[in-house]
Ligand binder design. Structure first.
Ligand code: ADP
Length: 336
């Protein structure tokens, strides 16, 4: 029997989707596209059909955009809605280390993790709720970015904090797991020796992290408790001396919201350059601050590659992915 599977990655300003036909054990990609510019100038873009870009209602939010997408898909599919929807969900916490069929109980548990991934989790879950309200019988499955790292050893997972905080779930989870899982799958056919040896994958997009793979298994990652850790990113600072946070609280009198905004939204490439979070803009700029932002970015990637290579006790390959990793020859060359 042929069935339709819709896969969604619902972010703060975009919804990326792919529709697959499932027959037997085979999944065939049918339609791929996205809705960009949510809450601003939303537009619907289909990559696989020769369709023009469709502007949505001014300020269309996630609910409007998802309803539009489902209506559009229904038309393409002669009103047979997808059998199943798979969602990217960033955080599965301690308990969710495998894809889960969503229930109200699971949704409740996942909402508790929103504050740990404020740029993503709420939007991922909002998509699930919108579709639940539109189609209460539609099975929805959550696939977690943290799950790929669930096998990390305790010294990798644990902060040097009192043990009871570890027991409360304050530990290093790691993210971008769906991307790393995909990369391992690709390596199996394209560079199989790297799935049998030691390899670092650099996921460099708006978010960024490194994953140390030993025989295709994640043994360490630069991301930790939240999606703020590790490498500097588009707007996030990456690893930072906890003393800086204490100083900002005490001396600069920043409150929680100000601190959160500073670290998640005003730092990284944007904060250092004062110009943009977008690597293309920085690469094209000759301003000193843009040049320095790229220098800092490369320095921190190289430093973390060194640390992960030490953890791996060797390195046989380095793989780049994400918008910057895939497209920026400048960054790849400088890191290498
Ligand atoms: P997200 O994490 O939101 O999925 P992406 O993986 O799409 O983000 O990566 C976005 C980043 O990729 C942006 O910094 C963008 O500038 C960068 N990027 C995309 N194309 C290029 C390119 N040709 N050269 C340099 N950087 C690029």
């Amino acid at each position: 029997m042929r069935t339709q599977v819709l896969v969604l990655n619902c972010g703060s300003s975009s919804i990326k989707f792919r529709l697959f036909t499932n027959q037997g054990n085979d999944l065939t990609l049918n339609i791929k596209g996205k809705i960009e510019g949510l809450n601003h100038q939303a537009r619907f873009i289909v990559d696989t059909l020769n369709a023009p870009v469709t502007p949505l209602k001014e300020n269309a939010n996630h609910t409007i955009a998802l309803s539009f997408l489902i209506d559009w898909l229904n038309k393409q599919l002669d009103n047979s809605i997808p059998l199943l929807v798979g969602h990217r969900v960033v955080h599965g916490g301690v308990h969710f280390t495998q894809p889960e069929l969503i229930s109200e109980e699971i949704l409740f548990e996942l909402k508790k993790l929103i504050s740990l991934a404020p740029l993503h989790q709420g939007h991922n879950l909002a998509a699930i709720e919108v579709l639940r309200d539109l189609y209460p019988d539609l099975p929805q499955v959550a696939c977690f970015d943290s799950a790929f790292h669930a096998g990390h050893g305790k010294p990798v997972d644990q902060f040097a904090l009192p043990q009871y905080l570890y027991d409360k779930g304050i530990r290093r989870y790691g993210f971008h797991g769906l991307s790393y899982e995909f990369i391992v799958d690709e390596l199996r056919s394209k560079a199989p020796h790297l799935t049998k040896s030691k390899c670092i994958v650099a996921h460099l997009g708006n978010g960024a992290s490194l994953c140390a793979l030993n025989q295709g298994q994640s043994i360490d990652s630069t991301m930790g408790f939240s999606t703020l850790d590790g490498l500097p990113m588009g707007t996030r600072c990456g690893s930072i001396d906890a003393g800086v946070i204490l100083y900002l609280l005490q001396e600069e009198k920043l409150n929680y919201d100000q601190l959160s905004e500073l670290l998640y939204q005003k730092s990284g490439l944007l904060g250092v350059s004062g110009l943009s979070h977008d690597m293309r803009v920085l690469e094209a700029s000759s301003e000193l601050a843009a040049v320095e932002a790229i220098e800092l970015y490369v320095h921190r990637i190289v430093r973390e590659i060194g640390a992960l290579a030490a953890t791996l006790e060797g390195l046989d390959g380095l793989v780049f992915t994400g918008g910057i990793g895939e497209n920026s020859t400048i960054i790849r060359e400088r890191v290498c």
